[in-house]
Design a binder for this molecule. Structure first.
Ligand code: FMN
Length: 212
């Protein structure tokens, strides 16, 4: 077993200066996401979603980014899940993208809203049938007594919807994290990393540099 304290990374792949940042953080984000896709980063749209529960206990899990629009970041899930309950409780969330191959991190904080029914329908209808059935078959975050029950649920639904269009469950859809701050982090040598945080002030984004 490696001694964890001896594992060290050296960051050297890039740098970021205020001059090269786009004034619009969404343009900046999309260009970093494009670069992560082009660099064949593993799961480039995977993002850690952090919420708090009603005891203010933090929780986090990975979801997949599906759209960047209307000043926010969209993902899809089960509205009854733990994350759904936690979002209902606080109305706030944070997101963290990490693209290790580029030594980059993006941190986003903001308020959360459900996307429109139409947007959820459009995305649900674009999914493979197996994923659509999965949204019906699993009560995400609830206790499972026996995995056979899940498989039986799935098979029953498969039979029920054979040759039929599968409607979106009302408890499944999208959320948008409306960003209030977005930070771009680029790893650098000697831990002198570059950090720039965009903060929404009124309807204008201000850019601040933060110490690493
Ligand atoms: C790579 C990856 C992608 C995932 N994408 C999603 C997603 O888009 N939506 C989702 O609800 N769960 C997704 N999950 C599962 C979540 O991490 C989590 O297990 C699930 O949503 C239940 O979380 P909760 O109990 O906190 O609500 C993904 C997990 C991984 C590892």
């Amino acid at each position: 077993m490696n001694k964890l304290a001896d594992i060290r990374e050296h960051y050297h792949k890039g740098s970021l200066s205020k001059e090269e940042l786009n004034v619009d953080p969404f343009v900046q984000f999309n260009s970093w996401l494009d670069e992560a896709i082009k660099a064949e980063c593993n799961l480039p749209t995977a993002v850690t979603l952090a919420t708090v529960d009603s005891d203010l206990m933090p929780n986090c899990r990975i979801v997949l980014l599906k759209e960047v629009c209307d000043g926010g970041f969209v993902f899809f899930t089960n509205y009854n899940s733990d994350k759904g309950q936690e979002i209902k409780f606080s109305g706030k969330a944070a997101l963290n993208f990490f693209w290790p191959e580029l030594e980059r991190q993006v941190r986003i904080r903001g308020t959360v809203e459900k996307v429109s029914e139409g947007q959820s329908d459009d995305y649900f209808n674009s999914r493979p049938r197996e994923s659509q059935l999965g949204a019906w078959a699993s009560n995400q975050s609830e206790l499972v007594d026996d995995s056979e029950i899940l498989l039986t649920n799935y098979s029953n639904l498969e039979a029920q919807y054979a040759d039929k269009e599968i409607p979106r469950p009302a408890h499944w859809g999208g959320y948008i994290v409306k960003a209030e701050s977005i930070e771009f982090w680029q790893g650098k040598t000697n831990r002198m990393h570059d950090r720039y945080q965009y903060v929404l002030s009124g309807n204008k984004w201000q850019i601040k540099q933060l110490a690493p």
